[in-house]
Structures are given as C-alpha cells and as structure tokens.
Design a protein around this ligand. Sequence first.
Ligand code: ARG
Length: 471
Amino acid sequence: MSKDKTASANPAAKLWGGRFSEATDAFVERFTASVNFDQRMALEDIQGSLAHAQMLSEVGVLTEDEYRQIADGLREIGIEIEAGEFPWSVQLEDVHMNIEARLTDRIGATGKKLHTGRSRNDQVATDIRLWLRGRIDQIAAELTRLQSGLVDLAEREADTIMPGFTHLQSAQPVTFGHHLLAWNEMLTRDYERLLDCRKRVNRSPLGAAALAGTSYPIDRARTAELLGFDAPTENSLDSVSDRDFAIEFCAFAALLLTHLSRASEELVLWTSSQFDFIDLPDRFCTGSSIMPQKKNPDVPELVRGKTGRVNGHLVALLTLMKSQPLAYNKDNQEDKEPLFDAADTALDCLRAFADMAPALRAKKENMLAAAAKGFSTATDLADYLVRRGVAFRDAHEIVGQSVSFAIEQDKDLAELSLAQLQQFSDQIGDDVFEVLTLEGSVAARDHIGGTAPAQVRAACERARKLIAARG
Ligand code: ARG
C-alpha cells in the first residue's frame, strides 16, 4: 500500500474511505456487500466502463494515452474474470469497486481516473440494463423456438379430436391442434410484452452520475450509442433510482410462467392414467424410488412449481420500490437477486418446454374416445334445431330432455335411434346424425378462431408468418 495521506487515513483501504476514521465492522461489511451476486454483471460493468472511458477521451477529459491504458487494463480484467481467476473480495463490496481496484492494481494511478464524471449509481443502473437486455434477447430466442415447435405440432394434430373442457367437464369437442394454438396465443402476447419491456430497458442512464449529473463536459448520447442503447435516459434523478424496467420484466416473467404452468397442469393431467391423452418421452420424466410402476411428469410439475418463485420476485421488486424517496437508495441493491432468478427461471422453463413440446405424442384413440363421452355434441343438436326454426331456449330444453333420456338408456346422443330422438321434437330428421358426430361438430366451427381443422391449418400458417417476421 502506498504511503500517501488517503491510504493512511483509511484503515481498510475502501475506495470511499477518505472521511472514515475506523474500519467497517466485519459483519456490516458482509451485510452491505453485493459482490457475491452482482459479479454476474462483471462483463457488463467492463463494457460500460470501456464506453465511459472512450467518451471521456473523446471529450478531452482523459488523454488518448490514459484511455488506452484503461481500456487495455479493463480488457485484461475481462479475460481474467472469464477464466475464473479474478480475486473477488468482499472488502471491496461490489462488482464495481472490485473491478476498479483491480484496474488500479494493474495499471497504476491512471486507473483512478476511470471514475471521473460517474458514480456507482449510474454505473449499476447501466450494468443491470445491459445485463437484462442480454437476457431478454436469449429469452426471446427461446420463446420463439418453443412457439415454432408448438405450431408444427398443432399442424400435425389439426385433425385430432379431443374433448374441450369448461369447469374441467367435457363441454364440446375440439381439435388438439386448436388447443395447442391456444397456448401459442398466450406465448405470442408474452413475446410482445417482452419486446415492449425491452424498449424501456434499452435506455442509457450513464452520465446521471450520483443523482444530479456531472460538471464534466460528458457526451451521454455517445456512451448510449457505444453501448447499443436507443438513447440516454431523460432525467438524472429518475435514472439512478427507478427500477420499473426490472419490475416490468418480472411482470412479463410472472405471466409467462403463469401460462407455462397452465400448460404444465394440462400435461400433468393428460399423462395421468385417468386421462391418458398423451405420452411424454421418458427423458422428460423420472421414476419413484418405491413404486416401480411410476413415471412422473417432473418437468411440467417443476415448471408449475417455479411459477411461485417468479410471482414472488415480482412482488419483492414492487415492494422494494414502493415508498423509496428520490434518488438512489441502498435498498436498490436488493433488486438483483430477484431479477437474476426471474430471468434464469424463465429461460430454464422455456428451454424445458421448447425441448419437450415437439416430443409430445398424442394418443389419438384415447382423446377421441373421451370426446365421444359426455354428450359433447349436445350444443350441435340445439343449433340444428334452431336452424329448423326452433327458438334457442326451446331447443335447449329439448336437448336437455334428450340427454336425460340418453343417460337413462346408458347411451350417447349419437347412439339413440331417430325415433327415440323424435320423441322430443318432430323437427328432428335423419340428417341429425351428421351434426351428432364429433367430426361434424368440429368441422362446423369454421371461422377465424374456430376449432375446425381447416381453420387450425390456416391459423398455423398465420402464426408461422408472425414468427418468421421476428427475424
Ligand atoms: N452495489 C450497489 C447496488 O447494487 C451499487 C451502487 C452503490 N451506490 C452507493 N451509493 N452506495 O446498488
């Protein structure tokens, strides 16, 4: 350690230790440190510092030579970090001060000039935005991979008939392809939300400094450009303090996981021996240590379970932000773990689903048999009567009586004879059996958003075009 005045008045050699007369309490040091988790943003921190130093040299605050030394030193530190050889220190509190101190160790006093015209407050806000932008792009790619797989599967299953449910009771027959496209719609909205969130993430807070800006002649548009941000943020106080972009991302992630957990729940139900609608390949399942017959759908179960933690992270961040006065407060150090975990969980769950979806095998005979049970074409019979001039309420009553009769006879509607059906209405003719079949029922729902196989194929084509346009 050098013998200059700053160092001797600063027992623990903190970068901010000038006004302190005793070392930080050891527990407080650990309690306030974030380096154990914020080192995940190390490469973004270096990226931000490189842009800041370059801009400082361009506006004449650093000489060309100083900038070169700083840039070379930062790049070497980057290599050291990637190799896992960086000596992280809790005494140096966070990723920012670890890297800055290391720079000065390596290149000497010039390293101390890097922090000119900035603060950890705008630095950390920049790092999180860069980190999150990278994750958003990975998540968008994985979401797209999942959707492509789903649309392909929907196309293959466009004619496969299954029961559609309301209240988890058999309601009307639908096609499996149509059901899969319902999942795809939810994911399309998630994708749109993600991209919308990215717009607000992708602004540069660098130059806001501690809270009020800086007296150096900085060029914020230049650092924004160097870092690939769309523009600098507008207000310095807001720039260092609000984490609404992270909250927005968690809201996206919570909805995504909510959608994935709904699909998971269906997969869990459908793989059960009671439903037995689909087969999930062994590689996505595990067994039981005691019951030899078991094959458990662990992957969808875990996705369903992980929704809880992501919802929790959203609430954690909302609560973290609530009531914080302007501008930066140390509370904001608590933004990282929930945000990191929300992003990791979203990415892992998408990966699991994207791998799993194309491998789902529909057990078509079981689906069809289940659709044939439960009077799922009763609405079709009512619609048939309405087409014959019966008022819908009367038709509803007639069909209700027919269903009740069929239950007594232990038969399905299509298994009743014409004479039996005609007891309830003389408007019923022998063409009624066309509408009582499952194929007739689904094919009749032939409009945009309907379950007819032809509509499913058209919807797949539209979905594919939308996905392809993402580039
Ligand atoms: N580790 C801090 C955080 O994550 C960095 C900013 C600290 N700024 C400060 N003024 N103490 O928020």
